[in-house]
Design a protein around this ligand. Structure first.
Ligand code: DGT
Ligand code: CA
Ligand code: CA
Length: 574
């Protein structure tokens, strides 16, 4: 079995999890997490580097010991160190870490005192009310655990779009490399740019379907072929992702792409429209009686039912068909419309690169302004700048701006919204910054009324301009905070503040529904990278996908404005 970067990253993550439960040295744990990230993000396969005898320690975060482990994993598919750790702790105990609210300390307590080793054990212990009696737990925690485990065990795992992309694009390229295949597209929820996907739907154009499905099931990452035939096949990849493949002839490409892109609700609505006009639509085309009137392109298919082309991101039967009929489809924002980015981090807080490197990377992507918004707080603890450091960074930015051409840095900070809604930086510092971003990074489980009041109060601060990642969710890891988002959006509008759409693949926060709500209220959305390294500016593409799902047009997005206009808008919030 060839070893892929994702396999190596998974081993390092598991080591880090197990070390955390063993309460090992935090630096050691972080070293494994960083290594996992670096390996996962590498464009080149470690396997190839090892085979070429390249020096792995030249990669960031990879020292001598980790390089040896990578070599071992590539050679054997296993890691002796992980095997030893697994002998000390039951295999399922790392699962406990992925339950929100259960850190390593609590996971260890459950394991040691209640002998909980699996999620099933945990569920039983919670249902029997045995957890509340443990030191450091209580009835509320027990309820949280119960709900989280229930949600985790009943829901089918969905993949973040950016993770699914890596597997889907590699597989699509593999299929497309066959001379038998004329074209391959990734359809389904992935093409609609949903934040998570349940499975991947691939469409291939070819005349010899069976040869293509055979090539598909022979792919080296296929763990299990679930079904296979002349025109379709399904398989589960080793990473757990399921892939459905359809093979159609050229003349049906557009109809099949439309069918497979969905959503199901959109498809049904389009079919109904076709029926009203005496047409029948299926995966092979649009037909009047036996005659095919469209099928090769999606445009022709829509035209056959009297509609203009509807972008995949809108195909949810949420009013797009009515808008299309009325000629009122939005002209969705594009990546090239962005002129700046209002949220990023440098090495001064928890980023990986310096001011100049971040500025240069943003400029190369065609941005003309970039707000530096390192974490800042009164105390300066936990990777954040203290007030003095913020002021020094402002001077540094002034000096750098005098040198830089083609891009301007704005002086900003990402400031914690404390439990009571106040901002964790003195007003005298806040008012000197070009842009203040408020963010919730703690107390995620406050009840709705309190949580809403907290955010509303933060928005009342005269220095705040932007509410970062408004729901604070982490896809697949942390639920959104419980707030009245409609009220927050209205309040932001009254104050002249803006909401962020954070483009990190794990956040994509504002979500699509709330983007639409913001648009309806006239509240501009800032599509930001929240970059922690210069590579992360690529995240803007994910954010744009989400903005498009939220029907946002260029004018609905704050950072499509020129720097002059932006400064005017920011001045109004104060
Ligand atoms: P997912 O995988 O849960 O993220 O969501 P989708 O939208 O990719 O759903 P999936 O993979 O079950 O199906 C792919 C597409 O196939 C779906 O978007 C529309 C189409 N489709 C599936 N089932 C039906 C159906 O019963 N009727 C119609 N009209 N289309 C369907
Ligand atoms: Ca799908
Ligand atoms: Ca599917």
């Amino acid at each position: 079995m060839p070893v892929h970067n994702a396999d190596i990253a998974a081993i390092f993550e598991e080591i880090a999890d197990l070390l955390e439960i063993e309460a090992a040295n935090p630096f050691r744990i972080r070293a494994y997490r960083n290594a996992a990230r670096v390996v996962a993000e590498q464009g080149r396969e470690m396997r190839g580097l090892v085979e070429k005898g390249e020096d792995l320690t030249r990669l960031p975060a990879i020292g001598h010991d980790l390089a040896l482990k990578i070599t071992e994993i590539v050679a054997t598919g296993r890691c002796g160190f992980l095997d030893r750790l697994r002998q000390e702790l039951p295999p399922a105990v790392t699962e406990l870490l992925h339950i929100p609210g259960l850190g390593p300390k609590r996971a260890r307590a459950l394991f040691q005192e209640l002998h909980v080793q699996t999620l099933a054990d945990l569920l039983e212990a919670a249902r029997q009310g045995r957890i509340r009696h443990l030191h450091g737990f209580g009835e509320i925690t027990e309820q949280h655990i119960l709900h989280a485990v229930e949600a985790r065990t009943t829901k089918k795992k969905r993949f973040r779009a950016a993770v699914a992309r890596q597997y889907a694009e590699a597989l699509a390229a593999y299929l497309a490399a066959s001379p038998l295949v004329a074209r391959v597209e990734i359809a389904g929820s992935f093409r609609r740019r949903k934040e998570t996907v349940g499975d991947i739907d691939l469409l291939a154009v070819a005349t010899h379907g069976a040869a293509v499905t055979a090539r598909f099931t022979a792919y080296d990452e296929v763990a299990e072929a679930l079904s296979t035939g002349d025109t379709r096949a399904s398989a589960r990849l080793r990473c757990g992702l399921q892939v459905d493949l359809r093979v159609v002839p050229t003349e049906s490409f557009g109809a099949a792409l439309h069918y497979l892109t969905g959503s199901k609700a959109h498809n049904i609505a389009v079919r109904r429209l076709a029926q009203e006009q005496g047409l029948k639509i299926n995966e092979y085309g649009a037909f009047r009686g036996k005659q095919r009137v469209a099928g090769e392109t999606e445009e022709a298919l829509y035209a056959a039912v009297g509609l203009p082309y509807i972008p995949p991101e809108l195909r949810e039967d949420q009013g797009e068909i009515e808008a299309a009929r009325a000629g009122r489809l939005p002209r969705l924002v594009e990546r090239a419309d962005l002129r700046g980015d209002l949220h990023c981090h440098t090495r001064a807080s928890d980023g990986r690169h310096g001011l100049r490197e971040m500025a240069e990377a943003a400029r190369q992507l065609g941005l003309s302004y970039l707000a530096i918004t390192d974490h800042a707080s009164r105390s300066g603890v936990l990777h954040s700048l203290d007030p003095g450091a913020v002021l020094r960074q402002m001077d540094e930015i002034d000096r750098l701006n005098a040198e830089l051409t083609g891009i301007v840095l704005l002086k900003g900070a990402e400031v914690e919204i404390l439990e009571d809604g106040s901002l964790d930086l003195p007003d005298t510092v806040l008012e000197r910054l070009d842009i203040v971003i408020g963010a919730v990074h703690s107390h995620f489980t406050l009840p709705r009324a309190k949580q809403t009041a907290r955010v509303l109060k933060a928005l009342d601060h005269p220095s705040i301009s932007l509410l970062a990642h408004p729901s604070a969710r982490l896809l697949g890891e942390r639920e959104p905070i419980d707030v009245d988002m409609a009220r927050i959006i209205r309040h932001a509008g009254e104050r002249g503040c803006f909401l962020e759409l954070d483009s990190q693949p794990a956040r994509l926060d504002l979500d699509d529904r709330h983007c639409r709500m913001a648009k309806a209220e006239g509240v501009l959305v800032s599509v930001d990278s929240d970059a922690h390294s210069r590579e992360d500016f690529a995240n803007l593409g994910h954010g744009i996908g989400q903005a498009r799902r939220g029907w946002l047009e260029k004018d609905d997005v704050l950072n499509t404005r020129s720097l002059v206009e932006l400064r005017k808008l920011l001045a109004k919030t104060r």
